[in-house]
Design a protein around this ligand. Structure first.
Ligand code: PEP
Ligand code: MG
Length: 580
């Protein structure tokens, strides 16, 4: 039995068979094979090389008219590398000698050839090293897509293809994670990724136990291994013995019993021991989750992440499609729905159309969210029109992500006015009183929250990004996960500044980052003055339970001790004592 440790991101326990999925060009997994499997592996290699040659020829044929000279030369070089008998001979030798899978043998051959070319002093010849890498990736892609592969690609899989399995991948984008939903997987594990990456957020909202940031440890696992995934503790057991299986099955039952016990709180009010009424809202990524939010008795949707509608498709959704989806969301909720305008860019990229231009050298600091929308009015205006048109079907609130500068708000208000005017002229009904709020998730906006509060109807603190930008840690980078700290004094101070600014301006302040859904932080947030929390609906009852057992006045009285504490360990200790 093997135990591996990473960052648990989706609570609960999954028990199932491992399924490795790969994307060409990524870390290719290495498997040992039996002597009896060598012939099959060599056949897979030969078939995939032939497939790669045919796909290269068809890429050339797809180009209309005369092929430009440089493209023709590139196709010719790639065809030459592919058809070089050395590629098959040497890779076959590696498979036989090392008894390993064809994908990995190809990587070894590729590295060897690249080294030879890299050392050639002639710049033209040494530049061919990149072509070798591309050709190898093409063959590996064909191998991974082949039916006999122990690895599978995510694309072109029928619904339920990975039913009950635990997916293992080097990395998963948010778009991949949504695609996994239709496969009814029971968990997933990745080498990369952090606890507040959108991939992790989706795992929580899909209630899938998951562990990220395994730092290459996944290379020790193989498709078909029996695994236990403990999403809360971040532990994986591979090849568990009967005793561990029994113990985890019992733990799973205990977790189920605990969540059933929490069900009794569904109808209960979120009210503290000293009578403070707290608003509990939910975060939804996909329209179908609104029903779950209603079942949990949330006071409404505090964050609807519209950008997920734009993923996993060739064409971006037009105004009509967006109107239909937002209308459905509003119709399925009899409570307010906070529709966040598109937060594309950074880790949330889409295939369809022009949005990918948001990829800069440092995408998290680039043309993301409101910046991208103001830059591409052709994308933004139909989005706003769709939201305003849908607003007749329910109580709508509009929320803007990643504000850093109030001038962005001035531009936004001009666009909103234009949209409203157009709709009036076209005789389209809309709610003219939609509150407009802003997310405070960039330190500049937190420090100047009073200025934003002056222009907005409500504020919502996005701690996922606020922590990322304040502590300078990329939320998807597993190497710096260890620095992720919602209790860093800078974060506590910024959160307090925003809450105080909202209070002075007499507008509501909520929090919709992951910090709001973690019961370990409920009391410190109450002490800081937070009165509206928005979270993954699955966390709502646990947070409600914590609120109902808290005396807010007492918490407020001990807050200065926490805010004045100089030692991080003592600060954490004080927060933990507050939770006793
Ligand atoms: C946040 O940054 O805290 C937030 C809620 O937005 P997202 O996670 O979608 O960036
Ligand atoms: Mg954010």
């Amino acid at each position: 039995m093997l135990a591996l440790h990473g960052t648990g991101v989706g609570a609960g326990i999954a028990i199932g068979k491992a399924r490795i999925i790969s994307k060409p060009g990524e870390n290719i997994a290495r498997y040992e094979i039996e002597s009896s499997e060598i012939a099959t592996e060599i056949n897979r290699l030969k078939t995939s090389v032939q497939q790669a040659v045919s796909s290269l020829i068809s890429s050339g044929e797809k180009i209309d008219g005369d092929i430009p000279e440089e493209v023709a030369a590139l196709l010719e070089t790639h065809a030459m590398i592919l058809q070089d008998p050395m590629l098959l001979e040497e890779t076959t030798k590696i498979i036989r000698q090392k008894k390993i899978n064809a994908e990995y043998a190809l990587s070894l051959y590729g590295k060897r050839m690249q080294k030879v070319f890299d050392e050639i002093p002639d710049p033209y010849l040494s530049s061919k090293s990149a072509d070798i890498a591309q050709v190898i990736q093409r063959v590996q892609g064909a191998l991974i897509e082949s039916d006999e592969s122990p690895e599978q690609s995510l694309s072109n899989q029928p619904d339920g293809a990975f039913d009950g399995e635990i997916i293992i991948a080097n990395d998963l984008t948010p778009a991949d994670t949504i695609a996994l939903k239709k496969h009814r997987i029971s968990g997933f594990l990745t080498n990369l990724g952090g606890p507040t990456s959108h991939t992790a957020i989706l795992a929580r909202s899909m209630q899938i136990p998951a562990i990220v940031g395994l730092h290459g440890a996944l290379n020790l696992l193989r498709t078909g291994d029996l695994l236990i995934v403990d999403g809360k503790r971040g532990v994986i057991m591979a090849g568990p013995d009967e005793r561990s299986l029994d113990a985890y099955q019992r733990r799973r039952e205990k977790i189920n019993r605990r969540s059933q016990a929490l069900e009794t709180l569904r109808e209960a009010e979120a009210i503290s021991l000293d009578g403070q009424r707290i608003g509990l809202f939910s975060n939804v990524e996909l329209p179908e989750e609104v029903a779950f939010s209603a079942r949990q008795n949330a006071e409404g949707v505090g964050l609807y992440r519209t950008e997920f509608l734009f993923m996993n498709r060739d064409e971006l959704p037009d105004e009509e499609e967006q109107f239909a989806v937002y209308s459905e969301v509003l119709k399925s909720s009899d409570k307010p729905v906070t529709i966040r305008t598109l937060d594309l860019g950074a880790d949330k990229q889409v295939d369809g159309g022009r949005v990918s231009e948001g990829q800069g050298t440092n995408p998290a600091l680039g043309l993301r969210a409101i910046r991208l929308c103001l830059h591409d009015v052709g994308l933004f205006k139909p989005h706003l029109r769709a939201i305003f048109r849908a607003s007749v079907f329910g109580k709508t609130r509009l929320m803007v992500p990643m504000l850093s500068n109030v001038e962005e708000l001035d531009q936004l208000f001009i666009l909103i006015e234009e949209v409203k005017q157009e709709l009036r002229e076209q005789g389209c009904a809309f709610d003219d009183t939609i509150p407009v709020g802003g997310m405070i998730e960039v330190p500049a906006a937190a420090v100047t929250a009073d200025i934003f509060a002056h222009k907005l109807d409500f504020l919502s603190i996005g701690t996922n990004d606020l922590i990322q930008y304040t502590l300078a840690i990329d939320r998807i980078d597993d190497e710096v996960n260890y620095l992720y700290d919602p209790l860093h004094p800078s974060i506590l101070r910024l959160v307090k500044m925003v809450i105080d600014a909202g209070r002075h301006a007499n507008i509501p302040v909520s929090m919709c980052g992951e910090m709001a859904g973690n019961p370990e932080f409920t009391r410190v947030l109450l002490a800081l003055g937070l009165r509206e929390f928005s979270m993954d609906p699955a966390s709502l009852l646990e947070v409600k339970q914590r609120i109902r057992m808290s005396d807010v006045a007492l918490l407020e009285a001990v807050l200065p001790e926490i805010m004045n504490e100089m030692e991080p360990a003592k600060l954490r200790q004080k927060v933990s004592e507050m939770n006793q």
